[in-house]
Design a protein around this ligand. Structure first.
Ligand SMILES: C[S@@+](CC[C@H](N)C(=O)[O-])C[C@H]1O[C@@H](n2cnc3c(N)ncnc32)[C@H](O)[C@@H]1O
Length: 278
């Protein structure tokens, strides 16, 4: 049965663990997970990329709903949906635990949604790569967004589906796992009505950004010392001679005349935060 693994995953998880400890682990995400720093940093980045609250946000594939709770506490009006009824039951408990009143939850398939022009933004957090048909999912989101609405997808890149932990997860839970690199997401999204795209790295580095290191030694003087000037002039003269005799390359133009070197198209294979506007 299609998507049976997704629907049954919470039941399967609880079959192998102590119920109370398992529930705590689930409800306390992100704090109960080793990846907590990453989750918090990434959700902070998501907040910088969403329109400001009180925008209406469609949160897709929310599992136990930690992102929905965070967004609601930040002041968004959120609909959190997931195909797994047991997960949404936990998500509702989670929202009640934090006194959240601006979130609704729905047990639906994000590949067959019927929302029309009603959300300012949508978020797939680690969820689109579980789609059987990501085109249907993105088409549903495009229809659900108001004109100018934004969709964020925080997804793994190439190599995810064939990594050892993923294969083990698929064997245990029977869920769909795919690579979902930015290049693919953008190609699909362009076909269903999205027009502008930006891609942000999921790397945690450089975090935090170093503004000052007061232990560092004072910066060296900016003016090049006399021998430096001679060396620089000789280097340019050598380049000019080589250009005369052997022809020029893009780097010469850039160094001698400041001509911009065309940047190659990025391959966009890595895990990323993808920003797309309808
Ligand atoms: C890796 S979990 C991420 C959950 C949550 N976003 C989080 O960060 O904890 C992926 C979620 O996507 C949900 N999902 C998979 N396919 C779906 C579909 N077709 N419609 C709705 N939800 C789906 C799964 O049930 C699961 O809860």
């Amino acid at each position: 049965m299609p998507k049976a693994g997704e629907v049954a995953q919470i039941e399967r998880f609880f079959a192998g663990v102590d119920a109370q400890a398992g529930t705590r682990f689930m409800l306390d995400k992100p704090f109960s997970h080793d990846d907590c720093p990453r989750y918090l940093v990434e959700l902070g980045r998501v907040l910088t990329l969403l329109p400001p609250p009180p925008a209406r946000v469609l949160d897709l594939g929310v599992g136990m709903g930690w992102t929905t709770v965070f967004l609601a506490l930040r002041g968004y009006h959120v609909v959190g949906q997931d195909i797994c009824g047991d997960a949404i039951e936990l998500a509702r408990r989670n929202a009640a635990r934090y006194g959240v009143t601006t979130a609704e939850f729905a047990v639906t398939d994000y590949e067959s949604m019927t929302y029309r022009d009603e959300f300012d933004a949508a978020l797939f957090y680690d969820a689109l790569h579980h789609a059987e048909d990501e085109r249907a999912a993105l088409a549903g989101v495009s229809a659900a967004l108001k004109p100018g609405g934004v969709c964020l997808a925080v997804e793994p890149g190439e190599g995810h589906a064939t990594s050892a932990p993923t294969l083990e997860y698929v064997a245990r839970y029977g869920v769909t796992e795919k690579d979902m690199p930015p290049r693919h997401v953008i190609d699909v999204a362009r076909g269903v009505g999205f027009r502008s795209f930006r891609v942000y790295s999921r790397d945690l580095e450089p975090t935090p950004v170093l503004v000052a290191d007061l232990d560092a030694r004072p910066a060296a003087s900016r003016a090049a010392p006399f021998p430096g000037r001679i060396a620089t002039s000789l280097r340019f003269a050598r380049k000019a001679l080589r250009a005369l005799l052997k022809g020029t390359c893009a780097e010469d133009g850039q160094q001698l005349f400041g001509t911009p070197v065309p940047k190659p198209e990025p391959e966009l294979r890595e895990s990323a935060i993808i920003w797309m506007r309808k």
